[in-house]
Design a binder for this molecule. Structure first.
Ligand code: CP
Length: 303
């Protein structure tokens, strides 16, 4: 079987994206499928994570695979100066798949060129987070009943937010309409907006959340990520730009749902958590089923 990676959401066709959401639904219905007994999967986190690492490892365990790896490079030979090339080449001799997160954009793509086994990008710098996108899409499909024609308001750090970049590219297969809300310094990069224009998709840009929240099917909140800023003063200026509060949801659509890849800092007030439109913790559970789907699809045990 030819090796298949997941580095960018654009590595999957529209049909494959739909198939992953179907497989995730299947795993949610029947999570006890030991399809990977005898397999070993490496979980290599060169950058911190709670949800992505643990939901991937939960998915691997639920599928019956054994898990090896690290969540901190200080106890590995990376701290002695070993290159990414040598690290990946070595670990690819120990397992059947590598799931990796790295702060350097392009590191998983480079790893996929070195490795003889499939690589899954669990987030690379401000670039891409495709497994998050697939679980976001599964969450949208579950709550809206469809992926087609969704109006989504993306709020916060749209410049460095890898989750919004991947999600925008995926939703552009499905005739979505976008409202971008960010400070000017954190605007959606031009390359992504040009991509929407090329496909004839509608988007608007705002500096305030305003009344348009009432027309959205999905409100996608993001954290302003301190770790992506080189200028601390710039971070201080924009870090509290948007805080979603329960009072702002009074006239929103009945079926609107609020997603957030998490972690949050203070961009969603805790008074939103008990609102039935808050979906961000259910979204984390969807991550396990979606990652079961991704792993089993890439390893060819589910078609
Ligand atoms: N959503 C997400 O990537 O969360 P973690 O950084 O905790 O993995």
């Amino acid at each position: 079987m030819e090796k298949k990676n997941l580095i960018s959401i654009t590595d999957f066709s529209k049909e494959e994206i739909i198939r992953i959401t179907e497989l995730a639904a299947d795993f949610e219905q029947n999570p006890h499928q030991k399809l990977l007994e005898g397999k070993v999967i490496a979980s290599l986190f060169f950058e911190p994570s709670t949800r992505t690492r643990l939901s991937f490892e939960s998915a691997m365990n639920r599928l019956g695979a054994r898990v090896i790896g690290f969540s901190d490079t200080t106890n590995t030979s990376v701290s002695k100066g070993e290159t990414l090339h040598d690290t990946i080449l070595t670990i690819s001799n120990y397992c059947d798949m590598i799931v990796m997160r790295h702060s350097l954009e392009g590191a998983p793509r480079y790893a996929s060129e070195v490795s003889k086994i499939p690589i899954v990008n669990a987030g690379d710098g401000a670039n891409q987070h495709p497994s998050q996108t697939l679980l976001d899409l599964y969450s949208i499909k579950k709550t809206q009943g469809t992926l087609d024609g969704i109006k989504i308001m993306m709020i916060g750090d749209l410049k460095y937010g890898r989750t919004v970049h991947s999600l925008l590219e995926a939703l552009s297969h499905f005739n979505a309409e976008f409202i971008f809300v960010s400070p000017e310094e954190l605007s959606m990069p031009m390359e992504y907006k040009n991509g929407l224009t090329d496909k004839g998709l509608k988007f608007t840009e705002k500096r305030e959340i305003g009344e348009e929240i009432n027309s959205a099917d999905i409100v996608y909140m993001t954290r302003v990520q301190r770790e992506r800023f080189t200028d601390h003063m710039e971070y201080e200026r924009v870090k509290n730009a948007y805080v979603l509060r329960n009072s702002m949801l009074a006239n929103t659509k009945e079926n609107m749902r609020i997603l957030h890849p998490l972690p949050r800092v203070n961009e969603i007030d805790p008074d939103v958590d008990s609102n039935p439109k808050a979906y961000y913790f259910e979204q984390t559970e969807n991550g396990v089923y979606t990652r079961m789907a991704i792993i089993s699809y890439l390893l060819g045990v589910k078609k």
